[in-house]
Write a protein that binds this ligand. Sequence first.
Ligand SMILES: NC(=O)c1ccc[n+]([C@@H]2O[C@H](COP(=O)([O-])OP(=O)(O)OC[C@H]3O[C@@H](n4cnc5c(N)ncnc54)[C@H](O)[C@@H]3O)[C@@H](O)[C@H]2O)c1
Length: 391
Amino acid sequence: MADQLNVGMIGARFMGRTHSNAYTKVGQFFDLPLQPVMKWVCARDGDETQAFADRFGWSKSSDDWEEVVADKGIDLIDICTPGATHAPIAIAAAQAGKHVFCEKPLANSLDDARKMLAAVREAGVRHMVNFNYRRCPAVSLARQMIAAGEIGEVRQYRAVYLQDWLVDPSAPMSWRLEKEVAGSGAHGDLNAHLIDLARFLTGDEITRVVGDLKTFVTERPYPDGSGAGIGASGDSGKSGVGKVTVDDAAVFLARFAGGAIGTFEATRMATGRKNYNRFEISGSKGTLAWNFEEMNTLEYYSTAEPTNRQGFKTIMATEPDHPYAGAWWPPGHLLGYEHTFVHGVRDLIQAIAAGGDVAPDFRDGAQCVAVLEAVESSAESGGWQDVERVE
Ligand SMILES: NC(=O)c1ccc[n+]([C@@H]2O[C@H](COP(=O)([O-])OP(=O)(O)OC[C@H]3O[C@@H](n4cnc5c(N)ncnc54)[C@H](O)[C@@H]3O)[C@@H](O)[C@H]2O)c1
């Protein structure tokens, strides 16, 4: 019987559900050196928090994250709350000697991200940011192929993350549309994923950016308390119309240290697109392309083929020797969104047991925030902006 890893999770809605599912499944499908034990769930959802605990199998519920962090029996604090709360919870958790797993983006400012990184380093605890798309088997495979030189030198990186849940002007206000809570809109929410994927896949850093941010709908009604939809997060207690203080769409050009150039677009205004997270990477010897909505497959073109046989081929990343895939089903039996969270928790638990590093860590998370901030500065100045390097 493996030793226990006692978990306290803060936040109990969208990400709270995905993380709860991951802790439940991970030990069933992967051999683990430590078994996660779902001790505390904490949220500000009134009676719903205890109902959530009962439904997902958490032993106790609380509405006070400080109570959870203070519990000496807890080993890992898992942060599934809006961006503005990440820094205080993560810093307190690290100072209490807990390992920290934090949702993306790491923080709403580079200053906060640096403080979080300093706190976990000072405490000597393990730390990880949940950029879960890295852990789609097809994306991990793409990383392996680029690192092995299979598309040669990376020249052009194209990324889009398209959603449409804000196209309707009556879509309700929520914390995701308030700058002081969310930090930014589509930019921090979706471009954060794209930036992390670009860093992961290329193994390179974005050094300079020029970008633009746009808010198309500047006022929205407060929700009716139903909590329905991605944007609605329960009853805010406010009524009438609220001011949207974040971007609906964010675009930028990027230069990479290794010489590649990139284009990035994140939007919640792409009518018809639901979770269209796509990259296409052109190299000197080939191309790789992927789209989350068909997450099990990777498109690959190689100039190593005879010219009369060249063309894009589709690799289904469900073979036992594809990353993570062998733990699940026979080839061709597809994986989904939830599996990416199970894979992340697996890797984090292994790192905690081994006392080793796990990626993406808080330095990766802070470097991503540095790129996000540089784009925001560029949008204000109208010119190219250097990206700060986080060491
Ligand atoms: N990795 C991904 O694909 C992904 C997807 C969506 C959201 N996220 C990130 O996850 C985080 C949470 O987003 P979500 O969609 O789950 O939000 P949500 O609105 O669905 O849930 C937020 C939860 O946090 C709780 N909360 C808020 N303030 C709190 C406080 N002070 N103390 C305790 N609990 C508090 C709320 O009660 C709620 O349970 C954000 O950082 C977001 O960017 C990541």
